[in-house]
Write a protein that binds this ligand. Structure first.
Ligand code: ADP
Length: 619
């Protein structure tokens, strides 16, 4: 009874344990075996494995075996290999098997039952033509077929070399090489109306390279490389293609992306790393318990045009002929690609600077235009002011002309009297005629100077003596001073007074200052009605001084004296001094006033001295 009770408790305990104890999973097999058709060092295999490892995580154990075709072949080799693999993987069977290449797939399909029964198989890098040539694959053998694109590669070569007339196809002597040769012979048929074709198949490498070095410029070479040459020397296709590209005097194209970088121009190629990634995705799917039946897979691995930029340059290929979407390798990055931020920044700074410079240029042109306009206005104003001054000087001018005219008249009367006498007085008559001529010239000289002063002529710069310019005005100024009852004292410099500029404008300066000085003397006792003009020259300066003994200038007026429209005179315009300053400064000089209020004013105009050639004299 007790024993039965004990048994039921044990049963209950076992039942509870079964129900609630955590489930312990059988150890998960994450071993993957990749069986490659060829040699371990074949570049395509290395690329493939890189893509595969990128896709699988670290928890997957990846083992690799190499059938080493075509170097090792034959029944006994395969028998030994099968035994080896059987023994090696008996205790560590793979959960998934990858067959890389058609040789490996063929081997797996034949020996699978004895080696890896029930293990799902993924094939990679197996050509579609091979798959089509054999019975359909079992449901648990899946993969994405590839196609080595010989026609696409030839088409590309002809596109990049439109003048090519001859196609040389290079293949080797191994079984695989012969298979490629056969495939190529089928493919070139479609190009025969565009180029002549020639096969260099299974030659000794030395002979082949010699033939290739003698090719002419109209020829293109297309090759899948080879495993074995005509005298049994073994290569990887990549090694063979490298030798071919180095020797050939014509551009070389090939269908494998592992050839890029060894001297070929390019080709239309499936990508071995992408094949590894695709196989990796299928492995993950299997390890995660995906159905063994073929999933929805792409019909074929995509191909892409791959090109080597250095070869494009070497063979002078027109870059515009490169098809869209082509992968161009070894192209030096542009400045923008290399230093994107810095380049964008520099471009922005450059554009801003260019904008700033353009703006400054525009402003400077505008300023120059405005300066020219102002200069023109000043010129007009100076001329208007000269006309106004001439109005003021009418009395003096009339006197200057009337005097010789009056003298001419008196001389003419005297001549009449002499002619009426009976005596021969021809000598006296000759003297009278000379006087008349002199007076006439004096009058016409006054008119000539007046015309020069009043004519509207553009500035005419040349060197002249300031003494002469003052002396020319002396008669008119004296006449005016006499008319106003002012004593005029004129002193010229004893040494050279060369000045570079417009003589009429400098004379205008003198007239303005002299008339102001005479104005200042107006209404004063005779003793103070005196104006002194002098031209002075020292080592580095030429000075014109106009001094009067009038009321002087009130200190508060001094700062505004040269402003336009500043005048203290009842009918003054206030333009004389402002025009004077403009003209003086245009000649590189300066003008200023000094005043002793109640006792007179002095106006000084100063220019740097120049020598007779018009250059500034050293100080
Ligand atoms: P305006 O003679 O038409 O007044 P200016 O520009 O020639 O115009 O002279 C401006 C002002 O400067 C005069 O109104 C006067 O007040 C003062 N000024 C000029 N020259 C003298 C001078 N020699 N003595 C005193 N004041 C003078």
């Amino acid at each position: 009874m007790l024993r039965a009770k004990h048994r039921s408790i044990v049963r209950l305990w076992v039942a509870c344990w079964l129900l609630f104890a955590p489930a312990v999973p059988a150890e998960e097999n994450r071993c993957v075996l990749v069986l490659y058709s060829n040699n371990r060092l074949l570049p395509a295999n290395i690329e493939f494995e890189t893509g595969l490892r990128e896709t699988l995580d670290n928890s997957t154990e990846l083992n690799a075996e190499f059938l080493d075709y075509p170097r090792f072949e034959g029944e006994s080799y395969l028998r030994a290999l099968t035994t080896f693999l059987h023994e090696k993987y008996a205790l560590r069977p793979p959960a998934v098997l990858i067959a890389g290449g058609k040789g490996a797939l063929d081997f797996v399909l034949r020996h699978r039952a004895e080696l890896f029964p029930g293990v799902p198989v993924i094939h990679a890098a197996v050509s579609r033509s091979f798959l089509r040539s054999r019975p359909p694959l079992p449901a648990d053998v899946v993969g994405v077929p590839i196609e080595f694109d010989f026609p696409g590669t030839i088409e590309l070569a002809l596109r990049l070399h439109p003048r090519a007339r001859r196609l040389v196809l290079v293949t080797g002597a191994s079984k695989q090489d012969r298979a490629w040769e056969a495939e190529l012979r089928g493919d070139v048929a479609q190009f025969q109306d565009r180029v002549t074709t020639e096969f260099l198949a299974g030659l000794p490498t030395d002979t082949l390279l010699q033939r290739l070095s003698g090719l002419d410029g109209d020829t293109l070479v297309v090759t899948p490389g080879y495993f074995e040459d005509g005298v049994g020397h073994l290569f990887s296709p990549r090694e063979a293609a490298g030798l071919i590209a180095a020797a050939a005097a014509a551009p070389v194209y090939g269908p494998f992306d592992t050839f890029i970088g060894i001297g070929i121009v390019g080709g239309s190629m499936p990508n071995f790393a992408a094949m590894g990634q695709q196989a990796g995705r299928l492995v993950k799917d299997r390890l995660a318990g995906g159905a063994p039946a073929a999933p929805r897979l792409p019909e074929m691995m995509p191909k892409a045009v791959n090109l080597d930029w250095r070869q494009i340059r070497r063979w002078d290929i027109d870059p515009s002929a490169i098809p869209d979407g082509a992968i161009v390798r070894f192209k030096p990055p542009t400045l923008l690609e290399q230093h994107a931020t810095a380049t964008v920044f520099a471009t922005v700074v450059f554009l801003l600077q260019a904008g700033l410079i353009a703006r400054l240029l525009f402003e400077s042109r505008r300023r120059r235009r405005m300066e020219l306009a102002i200069q023109q206005q000043r010129f007009e104003l100076a001329h208007a002011s000269r006309l106004a001054v001439a109005g003021e000087l009418t009395g003096a001018i009339a006197h200057e002309i009337n005097q010789p005219l009056g003298a001419i008249l008196s001389n003419a009367d005297a001549a009449d009297l002499l002619l009426a006498s009976d005596e021969d007085r021809r000598d006296e008559l000759r003297a009278i005629m000379a006087d008349i001529r002199r007076d006439n010239m004096r009058a016409s000289e006054v008119i000539r100077r007046l015309r020069a002063l009043l004519a509207k002529q553009p500035a005419d710069w040349h060197t002249f003596a300031l003494n002469d310019a003052v002396r020319e005005l002396e008669p008119v100024l004296r006449a005016e001073a006499r008319r106003r009852g002012v004593a005029l004292d004129l002193r010229l410099a004893a040494t050279a007074t060369t000045l570079l500029g417009d003589r009429v404008q400098i004379q205008q300066v003198l007239i303005n200052l002299a008339l102001n000085a005479m104005d200042a003397a107006n209404g004063l006792p005779e003793a103070r009605r005196a104006v002194a003009l002098s031209v002075e020259r020292d080592a580095d300066r030429l000075t014109l001084v106009v001094r009067d003994r009038g009321q002087g200038i009130a200190p508060e007026h001094l700062p505004r004296l040269f402003d336009s429209f500043f005048s203290t005179k009842p009918r003054g315009m206030g333009l004389g001094l402002s025009i004077t300053r403009t003209l003086v400064e245009a000649h590189g000089g300066r003008v200023w006033a000094e005043s002793d209020p109640g006792a007179g004013a002095v106006f000084r105009v100063e220019w740097p001295a120049v020598d007779d050639a018009g250059t500034a004299e050293p100080a």
